[in-house]
Design a protein around this ligand. Structure first.
Ligand code: TRP
Length: 374
C-alpha cells in the first residue's frame, strides 16, 4: 500500500495513511485532552494504557457523560462487531478497553453482533455464515472475562423483534439525502444496506427500553464507526433519548505495511485461534522499522514509529511504560535488532493466546447466558 494514497475512512473502507488529527477535524469530533484524562483519572485511578498511549484519542460528549456521572447519573456502554469472519487480536483491543471501563464504572454493556449487516453488505456471505460467525465471535468476547450479570449480547437476526420498533422510530426520522451524504450510498446500493444504520442506532437506546432508565450510552469503537453516531445523535432528542457519547480509537495495524489489521489479508493478522507455529511465522514475516542489514541496524538504529511489532507492544503486549521506553531507546540506538523484538513478541502473543483459547473453549457452554433475551 502506498502511503501517499489519499486517506479514505468510512465504516467499510480504510485506505491510505490515516491522519488522525485530520479525522478529528473532518468528522467534527473532540480530541481527548490532557485535561479530560485528568478528570477521568479522578474517577478511575490509574489510566488504562490505551488512554495513556493515546490509542483512544477522540470523543464526543465524554465530558458530558463524566459531568452526569459526577452528579450520580449512570451511563451504559455499547459496542459491537460485524461478524464477517474469525476474530483477530486487533478486534480485541477496544473490547479490552470496554471491559476496563465496565469494571471501573460498574456499567451494563450492550454488545451488538451484526450478522444482518454483514449479510447485506458482503457480497459473498450467506446468512448461515454470518450467524455462525456471530456465535463464534461471541466466544472471544466472553473469553475476555465479561459476565452475564451486566453484559448483554444482541444477535441482530435472532433478536430483531426486540430492536424493530426503535429501528422504525429512527428510520422514520432520517432522510435518504442525509444517509447518502453521511454514508455515500449510490443508486446501486442495495436497500438493506440503506436501512441498516437504523439498526446500528438501536442499542444506544435499548437500555431505556428494557429498564425505563433514560441514561446515555457511551460507545468505545474505532473512529470509522463515527458516521453512525453522528446521525443517531441528531435524532436521539426527537425520540426522547439522550445523545449517545463516544470514545474513538485508532486502527490497530496489521503486521504488513500500512492500513489496519484486516481479515482479508490473513497473513498479516493474528487470529485468536492461531496456533503457536502460525503466530511465530506471522510475526517473523512482519513489517518492521528495522534496517535491511544487521550491520546497518547496529550502526544507524531502527525506527519504532514505522514498526508493526512495536505497535503490538504499545497497544497490548508491553504494559510497563518504562520497559516500553527502553524498547524504543534500544531500537533507536541499534542495541537491539528486529529478531530480538520478534522473539519477545512471539512469546507474549503465544502465551496470551493459549490462555485466551482455553477461556474461549469454556465460553462455549455459556453463550446463552449472555443473550439479551434470556
Ligand atoms: N458496524 C460494526 C462493524 O462492522 C459493528 C457494530 C455494530 C459496532 N454496532 C457497533 C461497532 C457499535 C462498534 C460499536 O464492525
Amino acid at each position: 500500500m502506498s502511503n501517499d494514497e489519499e486517506m479514505v475512512v468510512t465504516p467499510w473502507e480504510v485506505r491510505g495513511e490515516v491522519d488522525y488529527d485530520k479525522l478529528i477535524r473532518q468528522f467534527g469530533t473532540q480530541p481527548i485532552t490532557d485535561q479530560l484524562l485528568k478528570r477521568l483519572k479522578k474517577q478511575v485511578g490509574k489510566l488504562h494504557l490505551q488512554l495513556r498511549r493515546r490509542l483512544f484519542f477522540s470523543h464526543r460528549d465524554l465530558d458530558t457523560v463524566l459531568d452526569l456521572y459526577e452528579k450520580g447519573k449512570r451511563f451504559v456502554l455499547y459496542t459491537g462487531r460485524g461478524p464477517s469472519g474469525p476474530v483477530h487480536v486487533g478486534h480485541l483491543v477496544p473490547w479490552i478497553f470496554t471491559k476496563y471501563l465496565q469494571d471501573k464504572f460498574k456499567t451494563n454493556l450492550y454488545f451488538q453482533m451484526t450478522d444482518d449487516e454483514k449479510f447485506v453488505i458482503e457480497q459473498d456471505l450467506r446468512i448461515e455464515e454470518t450467524t455462525k460467525y456471530a456465535y463464534d465471535n461471541a466466544l472471544d468476547l466472553i473469553a475476555l472475562g465479561f459476565q452475564p450479570r451486566n453484559t448483554y449480547i444482541i444477535f441482530d437476526i435472532k433478536d430483531i423483534a426486540l430492536l424493530y420498533d426503535i429501528a422504525l422510530e429512527v428510520a422514520k426520522r432520517i432522510t435518504f439525502s442525509t444517509a447518502k451524504a453521511v454514508f455515500g450510498f449510490q443508486d446501486s446500493t442495495n436497500i438493506g444496506w440503506i436501512f441498516w444504520p437504523a439498526i446500528q442506532a438501536v442499542p444506544c437506546f435499548i437500555h431505556a427500553k428494557l429498564t425505563g432508565e433514560n441514561v446515555p450510552s457511551l460507545i468505545p469503537a474505532a473512529i470509522d464507526q463515527d458516521p453512525y453516531w453522528r446521525i443517531t445523535r441528531d435524532i436521539a432528542p426527537k425520540l426522547g433519548y439522550q445523545k449517545p457519547a463516544q470514545v474513538h480509537c485508532r486502527f490497530v495495524p496489521g503486521l504488513g505495511k500500512g492500513g489496519k489489521m484486516s481479515a482479508s489479508e490473513p497473513e498479516t493478522c493474528i487470529f485468536t485461534v492461531d496456533s503457536p507455529s502460525t503466530v511465530k511465522k506471522k510475526i517473523w514475516n512482519a513489517f518492521t522499522g528495522g534496517k535491511p542489514t544487521v550491520e546497518e541496524q547496529r550502526r544507524l538504529g531502527g525506527e519504532p514509529e514505522l514498526c508493526t511489532i512495536y505497535q503490538y507492544f504499545l497497544y497490548l503486549f508491553e504494559q510497563n511504560d518504562e520497559k516500553l521506553a527502553d524498547l524504543v531507546r534500544q531500537c533507536k540506538a541499534g542495541e537491539t535488532v528486529c529478531g530480538d523484538c520478534k522473539a519477545i513478541l512471539t512469546e507474549r502473543v503465544t502465551k496470551f493466546l493459549l490462555e485466551h483459547q482455553k477461556k474461549r473453549e469454556k465460553a462455549k457452554d455459556k453463550v446463552e447466558e449472555f443473550y439479551i433475551m434470556r
